[in-house]
Design a protein around this ligand. Structure first.
Ligand SMILES: Nc1nc2c(ncn2[C@@H]2O[C@H](COP(=O)(O)OP(=O)(O)OP(=O)(O)O)[C@@H](O)[C@H]2O)c(=O)[nH]1
Ligand SMILES: [Mg+2]
Length: 198
């Protein structure tokens, strides 16, 4: 059973990716420095689930990361900044840019969600939670969570969601593996054909 799941956190510079990873791993807020190129670290989500979290820089000048950074992703978390007050089109444009990087090399079973970060300083004209949920599900078939790395709001729901989805995915792939093994054993049990006597 796979115990470490590659998780890529995506979004423009300053949306709050590194603080989100820090909050997931340590349960607290750290004033980060801008990410240079990309970083990764292992985060223990539960006793059985670890995430290897990849944190690509959102800055324009570091966007040429090799595709290997995004390859074989099990989970991706797309992040938008709720303090900006962006409209539908702006959010779609921003997230689509990042999704094209991961979706090129990810399987249909990848777990994905959208996070509206910095809920503690949400802009008055930011889309409401219900509108964000609707946008996420209709545009990308993703679930939506609102978080604040500053005060920890929304992290319980996000962690619960990730644990539940990953556990289901692990069980699903184990059951496929089990069925394949049974099939192979079944084939092995078939008596060999009698060899030709001539
Ligand atoms: N109020 C508030 N500020 C936040 C929150 N999360 C991040 N910030 C601030 O937003 C800024 C950017 O956060 P980062 O986590 O560095 O953003 P990033 O997406 O990793 O940015 P890059 O590394 O440039 O791609 C920092 O000044 C943080 O202090 C939050 O939940 N609430
Ligand atoms: Mg960063």
């Amino acid at each position: 059973m796979k115990s470490v799941h590659k998780t890529v956190v995506l979004g423009d510079s300053g949306v709050g990716k590194s603080t989100l990873i820090y909050r997931l791993s340590r349960g607290s807020f750290l004033q980060p420095s801008v990410t240079i190129w990309g970083e990764f670290q292992t985060v223990k989500l539960s006793d059985t689930i670890k995430l290897q979290m990849w944190d690509p820089s959102g800055q324009e000048r570091f966007r040429a990361l090799p595709q290997v950074f995004y390859r074989n992703t099990d989970v991706y978390i797309a992040v938008v900044d709720m303090s900006k007050g962006q409209n539908h089109e702006e959010i779609i444009g921003e997230i689509d840019f990042w999704l094209t990087k991961v979706e090129r090399d990810s399987s249909d079973n990848v777990i994905k969600c959208l996070v509206g970060a910095k809920s503690d300083i949400q802009h008055p004209s930011a889309l409401k939670t219900i509108e964000m949920k609707d946008l996420a599900i209709k545009t990308w078939n993703m679930d939506y969570f609102e978080t604040s790395s500053r005060n920890g709001d929304g992290f319980d729901s996000l962690q619960y969601y990730l644990c539940e989805r990953i556990t289901k995915e692990v069980l699903r792939s184990q059951s496929i593996q089990f069925t394949q093994n049974m099939h192979l054993q079944g084939l092995a049990a078939v008596p060999p054909k009698k060899s030709c006597k001539c």
